[in-house]
Design a protein around this ligand. Structure first.
Ligand code: BGP
Length: 474
C-alpha cells in the first residue's frame, strides 16, 4: 500500500471457530464449547461427546489444531504478511484459576507462531475472542467478579512472558463493545462475551454493567502489564464497529444515530482518554445502576495507553425515530438501507461505511488502526471440477480495500493493515453454521461436521494473491 512502509495484508481467525480438538492436550471446557449449532442465543447443557443428538461445532472446528501447517502454507501462498489468531484461555488455564499453566497449550501456540514466522507472516494475537473457561463462569460468575480480572491478568502475564520475543502485536479483547447493561441475557453477544446465563444472576442489567466495566478495566491493566514486560509490544483492543446513519434529516434521527454509535465508544474512550467516561456513568444512573469508581481504578484509567484500535467492520445500519419506518429485519438493527444491498444473512454491504467509520475514529482518537475483520459470509458452490467461483467475494473485498485506500490517501487515516475475516472457511460465530463461508480457501465440510476437510483454493484466493503482489498498488 502506498504511503505505508509496513502495511499488513492477511486474515483473522479465532481458536474456537477453527481449532476443533476441544478436549485435547489438557484444554478445559470454554463457553463456546457449550454452544450448539444455530442456537448461540440458547446454549444448552454441555455434552461430553461431540454428538449427543446435538451438534457442537467448536468441538471439531475445521481441525486447524492439527492442520495449521498446511493452512499457513496456503496463507503464505495467498500473499499474507500477517495473521490474527486468538489464544483460547481454556487451553492455557483449563479452569481459569489453575495453579500452573497447561504446558501443552502453550507449546501448541508456540508451534503455530513459529510456523507463521518461518513463513514470513506476522502473528497478531488476540487474548480473548469469546474464549472464557466455563469454570470461571460457574465458580466466579464470569466477569461480574473482580477476581476474574486477576485471573485474566495472570493468563495475560503467562502469554506476554512466554512470547516476549516472538509476538509484537497483541489485542486484549475481541468485540467487548457488544455488551451493554440494557441487553438481554440470552442475546448471543452477551453469551459470547461472558457466558453469563450459566451463572447465578439476580440483576442482569447490573451484572452486564459489571462485566463490561471489569472487562474494560482488565484491558487497561493488561496493556500496562504487557508494556512492563516488553516496552516494544504494540497492544491494542479489537472492536466490532457499525456506523449508523440517520434515516432522514429529521434532527431526532440524527441524535438517535449519534447515540447508537455512542454505544460503541465508551470502552475505547476509557482505554485512551484517561478516565471511564462520565456520560456512561450518567447513562447507567438513568437505568438505576450506580457505578462507583475507586481511586485505584481511576489511576489505572489515567495511565492507560492503547497502542492501536482493531476495527472489525462488516456493514452499517440506519436508524429512524418514527415508527412507520421501523421495518428493519437488518442484522445490525434499524432499517434496511435502500441504497445498499444485504448479504444472505441480512448484513448490509457498505464499503463507503468503512471510510466513514475510519474518519470518525481517526478524528476522535488519532491512533493507529488496523482492519482486524472484514468479509462476506456467503453460500459457495463447489463445482464438480473442484473450483469455487466467488466473484461476489472478490467484489466485496476489493470494494472495501478501495475505500480503505481512499481513507489512507485522501483522509490521511493511519491504518497499518487489512485482515479479512475467516480467510479459510470456518465455523460461524453467530449461527454455528459451516455454510456461511468467508474464506479464500474452501473447506470441504457441511453444517453437521461431515466432510473430507480438504482445502480448496477459491477464485478469490488467486485474486488476492495477484492483488497483494505489488503491495496492493496494482
Ligand atoms: C465477528 C466475530 C468473529 C466472526 C465474525 C463473523 O463479530 O469477531 O468471530 O465470527 O463476526 O460473524 P459470523 O461468523 O457470525 O458470520
Amino acid at each position: 500500500m502506498e504511503n505505508s512502509e509496513k502495511f499488513f495484508w492477511g486474515g483473522s481467525i479465532a481458536s474456537h471457530q477453527c481449532d476443533g480438538a476441544y478436549d485435547q492436550d489438557g484444554k478445559g471446557p470454554g463457553i463456546m464449547d457449550y454452544v450448539t449449532a444455530g442456537s448461540v442465543s440458547k446454549p444448552r447443557e454441555f455434552h461430553d461427546k461431540c454428538r449427543d443428538g446435538v451438534i457442537y461445532p467448536s468441538h471439531y472446528g475445521i481441525d486447524f489444531y492439527h492442520r495449521y501447517k498446511e493452512d499457513i502454507a496456503l496463507f503464505k501462498e495467498a500473499g499474507f504478511t500477517a495473521l490474527r489468531i486468538s489464544v483460547d484461555w481454556s487451553r492455557i488455564y483449563p479452569n481459569g484459576d489453575d495453579n500452573e499453566p497447561n504446558r501443552a497449550g502453550i507449546e501448541h501456540y508456540r508451534d503455530v507462531i513459529k510456523e507463521l514466522k518461518n513463513n514470513g507472516i506476522e502473528p497478531i494475537v488476540t487474548l480473548y475472542h469469546f474464549e472464557l473457561p466455563m469454570a470461571v463462569v460457574k465458580n466466579y460468575d464470569s466477569w461480574t467478579n473482580r477476581k476474574t480480572i486477576d485471573l485474566y491478568l495472570r493468563y495475560c502475564k503467562t502469554m506476554f512472558t512466554e512470547f516476549k520475543d516472538d509476538v509484537k502485536y497483541w489485542a486484549t479483547f475481541n468485540e467487548m463493545n457488544h455488551l451493554d447493561s440494557d441487553m438481554i441475557l440470552s442475546d448471543f453477544f452477551t453469551y459470547m462475551n461472558t457466558g453469563l446465563c450459566y451463572s447465578k444472576i439476580e440483576n442482569p442489567a447490573y451484572a452486564m454493567t459489571m462485566c463490561s466495566y471489569n472487562m474494560t478495566l482488565a484491558s487497561v491493566k493488561a496493556i500496562e502489564l504487557g508494556h512492563g514486560i516488553n516496552p516494544d509490544f504494540q497492544i491494542g483492543c479489537v472492536f466490532g464497529l457499525t456506523p449508523t446513519y440517520a434515516w432522514s434529516c429529521n434532527p431526532d434521527d440524527s441524535i438517535a444515530a449519534f447515540k447508537a454509535m455512542d454505544r460503541d465508544w465508551y470502552q475505547i474512550d476509557a482505554m485512551c482518554k484517561g478516565e471511564f467516561p462520565q456520560y456512561k456513568i450518567n447513562e447507567y444512573k438513568k437505568r438505576g445502576i450506580n457505578l462507583e469508581i475507586s481511586d485505584e481504578d481511576k489511576e489505572a484509567f489515567k495511565k492507560s495507553h492503547l497502542d492501536f484500535i482493531g476495527v472489525n467492520y462488516y456493514g452499517s445500519s440506519v436508524i429512524s425515530t418514527t415508527e412507520e419506518n421501523n421495518s428493519g429485519d437488518n442484522f445490525f438493527g434499524g432499517q434496511n438501507n435502500p441504497y445498499l444491498k444485504q448479504s444472505d444473512w441480512g448484513w448490509t454491504i457498505d464499503p463507503k461505511g468503512l471510510r466513514y467509520l475510519l474518519m470518525v475514529l481517526d478524528r476522535r482518537y488519532n491512533l493507529p488502526m488496523i482492519i482486524t475483520e472484514n468479509g462476506l459470509g456467503a453460500i459457495d458452490k463447489l463445482e464438480e471440477d473442484g473450483t469455487v467461483h466467488d466473484q461476489y467475494r472478490i467484489d466485496y473485498v476489493k470494494a472495501h480495500i478501495d475505500e480503505l485506500k481512499k481513507s489512507i490517501k485522501e483522509d490521511k487515516v493511519n491504518c497499518f493493515g487489512y485482515l479479512m475475516w475467516g480467510p479459510i472457511d470456518l465455523i460461524s460465530a453467530t449461527t454455528g453454521e459451516m455454510k456461511k463461508r468467508y474464506g479464500f480457501i474452501y473447506v470441504d465440510q457441511d453444517d453437521e461436521g461431515n466432510g473430507t476437510l480438504k482445502r480448496i483454493k477459491k477464485d478469490s484466493f488467486y485474486w488476492f494473491k495477484e492483488y497483494t503482489k505489488n503491495g496492493g498498488n496494482s
